[in-house]
Design a protein around this ligand. Structure first.
Ligand code: FAD
Length: 479
């Protein structure tokens, strides 16, 4: 009897434990993708993720076809229909087992548990595999048997325990074709692409396919020796840009880990550069899994009472990259144009929003969620909470980034700002991160008039800093 292979955020054929298990069964394989419009509940995919998903599905379908198989796609109105739909599909195709890759976000854990039990009750064998993390969150414990809440001990306890080796992709699936292929729909019928074409920059920056993943992996390996020196400079393409491939499962984290170790195994400093970040990903996923409330509430619950000062207009200015702080605006514009933002700039933009501007971190997280091609609930919630001081091993709230100093330190040439804010392109370095300090007549000679071509700062740095510290004091006094 056929095996249904249910693809989710594991859109690859290499190192795919569920696929390899299905192959070992020696029964025909029917690969399917079920798109529920409300998949993920309130955290259903944002617009940038949908763009990526469209291309990743098209690519997966064509890879399967070239191996003599096919991807059958369905669209469902709601996730609540998934279990019944799978049971019906099993009846239609004669399948007796369904295999898939686990998702670890709390919403999916709970949902999948219910689906598994419905399938089991219907006499169908349901089996799931880890294809997105280096280790099973339930298997990683600290010395007292609890969960890590601080990154360094988490990293130290795991970094010398190699994750399982990646397994190769099959060379052909032709001999495992079923007698009967169920009828699905085309990827385009899922309507994942935007109706207004704001995605031109995405096409220029990304190849959302397995070739894209392989090329980025290859490039990251060749850049790895310089990673530590360049990773904090947004004007340099110094990081791997593998985040969307990891999120959509087009690249296995096991493959990344082993590729780095195989190539640079005797040079710990090189291996640990990117690997350490991969363990931050792992730490976020495990923390999110163990503390489900941290999706959109503070991991440290007392921070839910923080006196935020919600203001829609301020949030809009931040989203549009019109705060008057060049490094922040450059980041927000890079995000809008490409669906990605450099990690250092994610921290600076997030800090301005939650500290100087006192806006709830959840508002920033929501905007990133809609606009990032690598939007990942665990990494995003943890990243925002790290900045807001309420997450695991977070930067304390009183540590407030100065957006001018951050700009000067991490974009000393001003090239990053000039790339994303062309209206400031002629400014010399001494003013590029604080154009308001340039005498107005001189500024005009560089083609800039403040509040006409580029805004004045949305808030004075010292004032914003004091406001943030006062809010923290108020919060503490009310506890
Ligand atoms: P590299 O530096 O090449 O790192 C390799 C991989 O490690 C990345 O692809 C990513 O999977 C992982 N990684 C790197 N840094 C982190 C980190 N700080 N936390 C967790 N994992 C990390 N990352 C996302 O994947 N999705 C998000 O939605 C997301 N939102 C964020 C929001 C904020 C406010 C902040 C501060 C960070 C966020 N990050 C998020 C983490 C980080 O910024 C990105 O993973 C990184 O910039 C991706 O670029 P890269 O692939 O070149 O990273």
């Amino acid at each position: 009897s056929p095996t249904l292979l249910w693809f989710r955020r594991d859109l690859r054929l290499a190192d795919h434990r569920a696929l390899l298990y299905a192959i070992e069964l020696g029964q025909p394989i029917i690969p399917v993708y079920l798109h529920a419009e409300d998949d993920g509940g309130v955290w259903r995919d944002g617009a940038a993720s949908q763009w990526w998903l469209h291309h990743a599905l098209e690519d997966l379908a064509s890879q399967l076809e070239s191996l003599g198989s096919q991807l059958t796609i369905y669209s469902l109105e709601s996730e609540d229909q998934l279990a019944d739909f799978l049971i019906q599909l099993a009846e239609e195709t004669g399948a007796k087992q369904i295999v898939w890759s686990r998702r670890y976000e709390p919403h999916f854990c709970q949902r999948d548990r219910q689906i598994k039990s419905s399938l089991t009750n219907a006499g169908i064998l349901a089996k799931s595999f880890n294809n997105s993390l280096l280790y099973e969150p339930d298997e990683v414990k600290n010395k007292s048997g609890g969960h890590f809440k601080v990154f360094t001990p988490f990293w130290k306890s795991l970094k010398d325990q190699p994750p399982e080796k990646p397994l190769p992709s099959p060379v052909s699936l032709a001999s495992l074709q079923p007698d009967y292929w169920p009828a699905g729909i085309a990827v385009s019928e899922l309507n994942l692409l935007p109706s207004i074409s704001w995605d031109a920059g995405f096409y220029k920056n990304w190849l959302a396919s397995h070739q894209g993943a392989e090329a980025s992996l290859k490039k990251s390996l060749s850049k790895a020796p310089n990673y530590q020196q360049t990773r904090d400079t947004p004007a340099i393409d110094g990081t791997s840009r593998l985040s969307p491939y990891l999120h959509f499962g087009q690249l296995s984290p096991r493959e990344l880990w082993h590729s780095l170790n195989d190539r640079f195994g005797n040079d710990a400093a090189i291996v640990e550069g990117i690997t350490r970040q991969l363990y931050w990903r792992e730490f976020s996923a495990h923390t999110h899994y163990h503390f489900p409330h941290s999706t959109d509430r503070a991991l440290k619950p007392e921070y839910d009472a923080f006196p935020w000062n919600y203001d829609e207009d301020i949030i809009k200015q931040w989203q549009k990259g019109e705060t008057g702080y060049p490094i922040v605006d450059a980041g927000m514009r890079e995000l809008w144009a490409t669906g990605w933002m450099h990690n250092r700039v994610r921290m600076i933009t997030a800090s301005l929003l939650v500290k100087h501007l006192l806006q709830p971190w959840q508002e920033g997280a929501r905007w990133f969620w809609d606009t990032l091609v690598d939007a990942d609930l665990a990494n995003n919630s943890m990243g925002w909470q790290w900045v807001a001081g309420c997450g695991a091993d977070a930067s304390p709230y009183f540590r407030i980034f100065n957006p001018i100093i951050q700009g000067k330190k991490f974009d000393p040439s001003g090239d990053y700002v000039r790339k994303w804010i062309p209206e400031l392109a002629q400014l010399p370095n001494e003013y590029i991160h604080e154009p308001w300090t340039c005498p107005p007549l001189e500024l005009i000679s560089y083609g800039v008039q403040l509040d006409k071509d580029y805004p004045n700062p949305i808030i004075d740095h010292q004032k914003g800093r004091q406001q943030a510290l006062d809010a923290l004091a108020e919060f503490k006094s009310n506890r």
